[in-house]
Design a protein around this ligand. Structure first.
Ligand SMILES: [Zn+2]
Length: 698
C-alpha cells in the first residue's frame, strides 16, 4: 500500500518536473553517438532536479540493501552499493566537467546548492548503521568468499570508506562529522570559485607602444586581440591566464609592469575583498584538524596518507627534504647567475621574483642559444596533438579518428574516437585546449564516463583533456611553448589511463588509483615529448613542414637542466606548505599569511622564488583533491623516471615494454596494490637515482 502511493507521488512529481522543464535529458537514454552527453539539450535547469532525483534513487537503493533479509554477500551488498547511483553518476559527470571547463554564475550557484546535498548523501550512506553492519559482515568473512583480486580490492575499498567515513563513531560524533563535512563541501567550492573570478578580474592595460619593448610579435598581436575582446580596442591587454602572463614575464623589458602583473598573480585571493581566500584557507585546515581528531588520527595528513603509497607524513617529509637540500643549493647558484647578468647590464637593482623569468630567458639564450619563441613554430598545436597520437599508436597500436557529427559543450572542443589496431572501439576523447573566462586555470583530464562492465556488458570510457594553451593569434595557428607541449603529453597520459582501463568496477577504473600513483601514467608520457626520435615525428615547422633541425634538438637537450633549481624549489616549497597545513594538530584560527611565511622560512626559501602556489590560491589542496597530496608529483616522478628507464634499456617504442606497461599499469587502474603492479611491470621497486639524474640533482 505504502509503496504504491509513494510511487504515484513520485510519478506525479516526475511528470511535473518534465512538463516544467521540457524533457530532462538526464532522465532518459542519451540516444547520441557512443551514448555521449547531448550537450545541446542539457540546460542549466536540468541539473538540480537530476541531482535531487539521483540522490533519492540512490537512497532508495541503499535502504533496500540495508534492509535486505538475506545473508549479506559480496553481490547483494558490495556490488549493490557500487551500482546504487546510475543517475547521480550520470549528472555528476556532466556537471563537474562543466563547472571546471565551461562554467557561469548559474552553474556556480547550483554547485554551492548541490555541495551540501551530496555531502549529506555521502554521510547518509557512510553513517548508515544497518548498511555498515552488512559491509562489515562481508569484510570479516572475505577469506571464505573466493573473491577475485579485483573483488577483494573493491571490498577493501568500500570497507575502508565506511570506517574512514565515520561508521564506527557514536551518534554525537557522527552528528559533528556531518556538520564538518557540510561546511567543508561548501567552503571548498567557494574557494575555487574565488580563484576563477580572481583569474579573470585583473588586466594589465598597456597604452603606449614603447611599453611593449622586448615582447615578440605574436605576443603583441595576442595582447591586441585580448584588448579588443575586453573593450580596450587600440591598446594591449595582458591577463593572469598563463599564455598571456608567462611570455610577458619572459620578454617584457618594462620592469615595473612585470612587477605589476606578477604581484597581481601571487596575490589572487589575498586582496581583502569578497574574493579573499585567507580566512577560507585557515577555516578549511581547521575543519580538517577537527575531522582527523574525531576519526582518531593524529593529523589530516595521517588520515590521507594512510590511503596512499607514502603511508605517513614522515615518509613524505623525508623525500621532500632529500630533494630540497640539493635543489635549494642549485637555485641559489641560479639566482647568483641571474644577479650577475643584471650587473653586467650596468644595472644595480637586486634580483626580484618578477625578474626571474625575464633574466632566465636571457641567460638561456646566452648560454645555450635557445629561445622559447624560436621553438614555437615547430610546435603547432595540431602537430603536437597528432604527434602524441602517433606516439600512442607506435606504443600501443591504438588509433585516433576525429568525429565531427557529435555533440560538444563548446565550439573549440574536438572529439576523437579511439580504436584498437583492429578497429574495435575503445572510447571517446574530447580535447579542449584554449583558455577562456569560463574555464579554471591549469590543465587536467576528467571523464564524462568511466570504463566499467555492467552485467558483463562493456561500458566504454568518455574522457576529456582540458588545458589553457596559447591560442591562434592573427593569421598564425596556435603555436605552443615547449612547456605547453610537455603539458599536452602529460594530460594525454592521464587520458590513456582512463581510455585503456580494463576494470569491472567504476570505483577501481582508470585513474581511480592512489593519489601518489596517479601521476605515473601522465608523467611518463612527458618523456616522449623531448626524445629526439619522437620530436622528429611531430615537431614540424607550421609553414614549411620542415622537421625540427638536429641543431635545435641538441640545444633543447643541452638546456634540459637549465633553471631546474628554480622549478624544483618552487614546486617542493608548495609541497612543504601543503604538508605543514595538514600536519596541524590544533583546531584554531590561523593567520594564513603568517602561517605561510613561517612554513617557508623554516625551509629557507629564498625571496627571489615565490612558492608555486600561495595559500589563498592553492586550489589543489583547498579545492581539489590534493590535500597532503601535492607531493604526489615528485613521488610519482621517482616511479616514472625509473619506469622510463625500461624504455631506455630497450628502445623508445619497444613493443614488449609498452605492452607490459599497458597491461600492468594502464589497464589495471586501481584493481590491485600499486607497488605490486609496478613490480610486475619493472621487476623491482623503483629507485630514486633516475629522478636525481634527470633533475640534475646529483
Ligand atoms: Zn597530472
Amino acid at each position: 500500500m505504502k509503496k504504491v502511493s509513494l510511487f504515484l507521488i513520485f510519478a506525479g512529481l516526475l511528470f511535473w518536473a518534465c512538463s516544467k522543464q521540457g524533457k530532462n535529458p538526464f532522465f532518459s537514454d542519451y540516444n547520441t553517438p557512443f551514448n555521449t552527453p547531448p550537450f545541446e539539450k542539457i540546460k542549466e535547469e536540468h541539473y538540480l532536479p537530476a541531482f535531487n532525483e539521483g540522490i533519492k534513487q540512490q537512497q532508495k537503493q541503499i535502504d533496500a540493501i540495508a534492509n535486505n533479509s538475506e545473508v549479506p554477500t559480496f553481490k547483494n551488498t558490495i556490488e549493490a552499493i557500487e551500482n546504487s547511483k546510475p543517475l547521480l553518476t550520470k549528472v555528476r559527470n556532466v556537471f563537474y566537467n562543466m563547472t571546471s571547463a565551461n562554467t557561469n554564475d548559474e552553474l556556480q550557484r547550483i554547485a554551492k546548492e548541490v555541495a551540501p546535498l551530496l555531502s549529506k548523501n555521502r554521510d547518509d550512506i557512510n553513517l548508515n548503521e544497518k548498511l555498515f553492519k552488512r559491509v562489515k559482515a562481508v569484510y570479516e568473512n572475505k577469506d571464505k568468499l573466493n573473491l577475485s583480486v579485483e573483488q577483494n580490492m573493491l571490498l577493501e575499498k568500500y570497507y575502508k570508506d565506511f570506517v574512514r567515513g565515520g561508521a564506527n563513531l557514536d551518534e554525537e560524533k557522527k552528528g559533528k562529522l556531518r556538520e564538518i563535512n557540510k561546511e567543508l563541501s561548501v567552503l571548498t567550492v567557494q574557494f575555487g570559485e574565488n580563484i576563477l573570478k580572481e583569474n579573470n578580474v585583473f588586466e594589465l592595460v598597456i597604452e603606449k607602444e614603447e611599453d611593449l619593448a622586448g615582447l615578440p610579435e605574436t605576443v603583441i598581436t595576442g595582447a591586441a586581440e585580448t584588448a579588443k575582446e575586453r573593450e580596450h580596442e587600440g591598446k594591449w591587454v595582458f591577463t593572469l591566464h598563463k599564455p598571456s602572463m608567462i611570455p610577458f614575464l619572459q620578454y617584457s623589458e618594462k620592469r615595473e609592469f612585470r612587477e605589476k602583473i606578477f604581484k597581481a598573480y601571487i596575490n589572487r585571493g589575498n586582496n581583502n575583498n569578497e574574493l579573499d581566500n585567507k580566512a577560507n584557507s585557515s577555516r578549511i585546515a581547521t575543519l580538517r584538524v577537527e575531522k582527523a581528531t574525531l576519526l582518531g588520527y593524529k593529523t589530516h595528513a595521517d588520515f590521507v596518507l594512510e590511503n596512499n603509497m607514502a603511508k605517513q607524513p614522515e615518509n613524505v617529509y623525508e623525500l621532500l627534504n632529500r630533494l630540497w637540500v640539493p635543489a635549494l643549493k642549485i637555485a641559489k647558484k641560479e639566482a647568483k647567475e641571474l644577479q650577475d647578468m643584471i650587473y653586467k647590464e650596468g644595472k644595480n637593482f637586486k634580483l626580484e621574483a618578477w625578474d626571474w623569468w625575464y633574466y632566465a630567458e636571457k641567460l638561456k639564450k646566452a648560454k645555450y642559444d635557445l629561445d622559447d619563441e624560436a621553438l614555437r613554430p615547430y610546435f603547432k598545436l595540431e602537430n603536437v596533438r597528432d604527434g602524441v597520437f602517433a606516439v600512442a599508436n607506435k606504443l600501443y597500436g591504438i588509433q585516433f579518428v576525429e568525429i565531427t557529427d557529435i555533440p560538444k559543450y563548446h565550439e573549440v572542443v574536438k572529439v576523437f574516437e579511439v580504436k584498437e589496431a583492429d578497429g574495435s572501439h575503445i572510447g571517446i576523447l574530447y580535447t579542449d585546449y584554449f583558455p577562456r573566462a569560463s574555464k579554471r586555470g591549469g590543465a587536467w583530464m576528467n571523464s564524462f564516463r568511466k570504463q566499467s562492465r555492467q552485467e558483463g556488458k562493456e561500458v566504454t570510457p568518455v574522457i576529456c583533456n582540458v588545458c589553457n594553451f596559447s591560442k591562434p593569434t592573427g593569421d598564425k595557428p596556435a603555436l605552443l611553448s615547449f612547456e605547453e607541449v610537455t603539458t599536452l603529453f602529460h594530460e594525454f597520459g592521464h587520458a590513456l589511463h582512463g581510455l585503456l582501463s580494463n576494470s569491472t568496477y567504476k570505483k577501481l577504473s582508470g585513474t581511480s588509483v592512489l593519489r601518489d600513483f596517479v601521476e605515473l601514467p601522465s608523467q611518463i608520457m612527458e618523456n616522449w615529448a623531448s626524445e629526439p626520435e619522437a620530436l622528429k615525428m611531430y615537431a614540424k615547422h607550421y609553414e614549411t613542414g620542415e622537421v625540427i633541425p638536429q641543431e635545435l634538438i641538441n640545444k633543447l637537450k643541452n638546456a634540459s637542466h637549465f633553471n631546474q633549481g628554480f622549478a624544483t624549489v618552487e614546486y617542493l616549497a608548495a609541497s612543504f606548505l601543503d604538508m605543514d597545513w595538514h600536519t596541524l594538530t590544533e583546531a584554531k584560527e590561523y593567520d594564513t599569511l603568517e602561517f605561510e611565511t613561517n612554513s617557508l622560512n623554516k625551509i629557507g626559501l629564498i625571496p627571489e622564488i615565490v612558492v608555486r602556489y600561495r595559500s589563498p590560491y592553492f586550489n589543489h589542496i583547498f579545492s581539489g583533491g590534493y590535500s597532503s597530496g601535492y607531493y604526489s608529483y615528485i613521488w610519482a616522478e621517482v616511479l616514472d623516471a625509473d619506469a622510463f628507464e625500461a624504455f631506455k634499456e630497450t628502445s623508445l617504442f619497444d613493443k614488449k615494454t609498452a605492452q607490459a606497461f599497458r597491461k600492468n599499469i594502464l589497464e589495471a587502474g586501481g584493481t590491485e596494490d600499486p607497488m605490486t603492479l609496478y613490480k610486475r611491470f619493472r621487476g623491482a621497486e623503483p629507485k630514486v637515482e633516475a629522478l636525481l639524474k634527470r633533475r640534475g640533482l646529483r
